[in-house]
Write a protein that binds this ligand. Structure first.
Ligand code: CA
Length: 725
């Protein structure tokens, strides 16, 4: 059976149907009896009342609680979990998607927005759809070519491709029904988030703030792909005319001399939730195109609607309320993190709340009908603000965190105290389980910063940071157990327990009614007691897990499933893979006895290629270091120490060294994801970069690096609060 076949599987299944005809009928009529045209049958009625074994929506339910009511796997028998099946995605980049499971079919996405439909009980491939995203688009992705999943609705599967296309597929065959562009292809937009369905519309955001785009969220007709509404999170200019009236209020919070050409950011790249009863769609917005607020917005201003939780009417896109978590943000403190809805008892009364633990390190509980802030407390070490003032709803910033004119070490780091990795709410314990990150970051302003389209426009001083970055790998590794599984009581705003991990990437979280919490960390995947945090079961997964697990049942058997594959932003910077990053979908059940996936050791590199290349002058190396920090470091790693996800340039072959210019400027490896940088790197720059690459390949580790590595091996670590003032 062909891996890419859209039709072949139907015959293999014995389910013969004319998929497109079936789909056309399904849109207007009751489903017929054949299996093929009942694929992907999710509608409002079913989504509101899912069977316990279903996982029909991104967060399982509209409230995005990510809690499975299945009880077959319990605290007592979880030790008997074994692998049911493993599916090779054929990828080596990051995997972040949440599978959707409908009537025994599992739909997931992988790197480069590829969609997989598998038999959920056996892992057998039913179909596979590759949207053929141009690999050069990878350059516009701040944080890897990831995708966080599909939406399945009324016989169709919707995926947002990295290049900005919204694509509708036939759920039975994987055939493309239509596609529509959702972004201006000339601009460095990317789409990595899962589409959501709210009030029968397909909702999709986008990313690209660091490169200079203007953020928005859009709603599309599920049948035709026609645009129904678009809500921009930031104005295009100070004086208008504005696309919609909410931007007039936003424009008042931006000075006339703001850096309008930067696009301002505020991208809606991940989180959404819907409350059908209140008829409110909640979305989270991101950071600005330029981090440094004195350069982005001279003279100040809150800069609405950056870093905000927005409550919209799903059928019109009109704003009902907003809450800005980080007014005038300058630390990349997005509010795009998981938005979770729950009804919880606070001081004796049942409240309908919205919960978010964004990058800025505060855990927010809001009244989701009105947007009123009920409470906000730090869930990790936070140095940028002393507290959130409940009377004003605003954070009280610390001057020590203002890096507009002076370099500062600030916690949380740009990666955040919590990033995209989904949380989970357990209705019985009443706790929220957070994939926590404990870290700090050095912000250094560049006084000569000028916005340049297509560049990484944060206004940080890369020349000053580059030397620090060379040793930067060791700072996160020296932080004590930098990630965790944090159980937090949203009613009392108190930590109940936290398990800390020695690994840099925390996995997303699933809770089940078997009183279990599942999370991956490092190259293991584990189950914990939801009440105590005691680890009850753990298994080796050949490569790392950062994706969130799901649970579902088929024919009375409960399964736990998760994608394994390191990547994303934290994967590229904090991982240190020792094995090939072979992507997989792994699924367990009680008594499962499938063979464990093989871990293939990473081949050891050789610097022979660099030895045969001509060394550059010290001046060229110094210039190359700064260029590398600005253009190359995000993928290839600090000091050329690759995480294992991207080629380690120290070990480039002789041929690669000979083709340095054709690769960097000519784009001869664009097909593999290494686009041409000729628009921002001159031939002279390229020579300097090459000199730096050769120097790093041949240099001996510094005394500091050697010492840090020695200490790390012996378990030495630095509490993150020691890093900031
Ligand atoms: Ca960002």
């Amino acid at each position: 059976m062909s891996r890419s076949s859209g039709i072949g599987f139907l015959a293999a299944l014995g389910r013969v149907a004319l998929a497109t005809t079936a789909l056309a009928a399904a849109a207007t009529a009751e489903p017929a009896a054949s299996a093929a045209n009942t694929a992907g049958r999710v509608d409002a009625e079913r989504a509101a009342n899912p069977a316990p074994g279903d996982w029909l929506l991104h967060g399982r339910t509209w409230d995005e609680q990510r809690h499975s009511p299945l009880t077959q796997i319990t605290r007592d028998n979880v030790g008997k979990l074994g692998l049911a099946w493993s599916y090779d995605t054929g990828t080596k980049r990051g995997l972040e998607s949440t599978p959707i499971v409908v009537d025994g079919v599992l739909y997931a996405t992988g790197s480069w927005s590829v969609v997989y439909a598998l038999d959920a009980a056996s892992g057998r491939e039913l179909w596979r759809f590759d949207p053929l995203v141009p690999r050069s688009k990878g350059r516009d992705a701040c944080c890897d070519v990831v995708n966080r999943g599909v939406a399945v609705w009324k016989g169709r599967v919707y995926v947002g491709a990295l290049d900005g296309r919204l694509i509708a597929l036939d759920a039975a065959s994987g055939e493309k029904l239509w596609e529509t562009p959702t972004v201006d292809a000339k601009l460095p937009y990317t789409v990595t988030g899962a589409p959501r369905i709210a009030k029968g519309l397909v909702i999709l955001g986008n990313g690209g703030a660091e490169f200079g785009v203007r953020g928005y969220v859009s709603a599309y007709d599920p049948d035709s792909g026609a645009l129904r509404w678009r809500f921009y999170t930031v104005p295009a200019n100070k004086d208008g005319p504005h696309e919609h009236e909410e931007l007039q209020a936003a424009a008042k919070t931006w000075p006339a001399n703001s850096l309008w050409e930067s696009g301002l950011g505020g991208t809606v790249w991940d989180s959404m939730a819907w409350d059908p009863e209140l008829d409110l769609l909640y979305v989270g917005s991101g950071n600005a195109s330029v981090y440094n607020r004195e350069q982005r917005s001279p003279g100040g201003g809150d800069n609405l609607y950056l870093a905000s939780i927005l409550a919209l009417r799903p059928d019109t896109g009109r704003l009902v309320w907003h809450y800005q978590t980080t007014p005038g943000d300058q630390w990349d403190y997005t509010a795009t993190q998981h938005i979770l809805l729950a009804d919880i008892r606070i001081d004796g009364s049942l409240r309908k709340v919205l919960i978010q633990a964004p990058k800025n390190g505060f855990f927010y509980v809001l009244d989701r009908a009105t947007g009123e802030l009920l409470s906000a407390e730090k869930f990790t070490h936070v140095s940028w603000a002393t507290h959130v003032d409940l009377s004003t709803g605003r954070p009280v910033e610390r001057e020590e965190a203002n890096w507009s004119r002076k370099g500062r070490v600030v916690a949380p780091a740009v990666v955040g105290a919590h990033n995209w990795h989904p949380m989970s709410f357990h209705p019985k314990t009443g706790l929220v389980y957070i994939p926590s990150i404990h870290n700090a970051y050095f912000f250094e302003p560049d006084p000569d910063f000028r916005f340049t389209p297509g560049r990484f426009n944060t206004a940080e001083d890369f020349a000053a940071l580059s030397a620090i970055f060379e040793g930067y790998e060791f700072f996160p590794r020296l932080t004590c157990d930098p990630t965790g599984l944090l159980a937090w009581d949203p009613a009392t705003q108190k930590k109940v327990w936290e398990v800390r991990h020695r690994y840099g990437v925390p996995g997303g979280i699933l809770t089940t009614a078997g009183d279990l919490v599942f999370q991956g960390s490092g190259t293991t995947f584990s189950a914990y007691d939801a009440a105590s945090g005691k680890r009850l079961w753990s298994t080796a997964v050949a490569t790392g897990v950062m994706a969130p697990p799901v649970s579902y049942s088929v024919d009375g058997v409960q399964y736990i499933s998760v994608l394994a594959g390191i990547g994303g932003s934290s994967g590229a910077h904090f991982a240190s893979l020792e094995t090939e990053n072979d992507g997989r979908i792994l699924t367990w059940k009680l008594g499962g006895d499938a063979a464990a996936p093989l871990a293939r050791p990473l081949a050891k590199g050789s610097v022979e290629g660099a030895r045969h290349s001509a060394a550059g002058s010290p001046e060229a190396v110094a210039r190359g270091r700064d260029l590398y920090a600005e253009h190359c470091l995000r993928c290839h790693g600090a000091g050329l120490r690759s995480s294992g996800l991207y080629p380690d340039l120290r070990y480039s072959s002789r041929k690669t060294h000979e083709q340095f210019d054709p690769i960097v400027l000519g784009g001869i490896r664009a097909g593999g994801g290494m686009a041409s940088f000729a628009d921002v790197i001159t031939p002279e720059n390229s020579a300097d970069l090459h000199a730096y690459v050769i120097e790093r390949a041949l240099v001996e580790p510094s005394v500091l690096e050697t010492l840090a590595g020695w200490l790390y091996e012996r378990g030495a670590c630095v509490p993150e609060e020691w890093m900031t003032n």
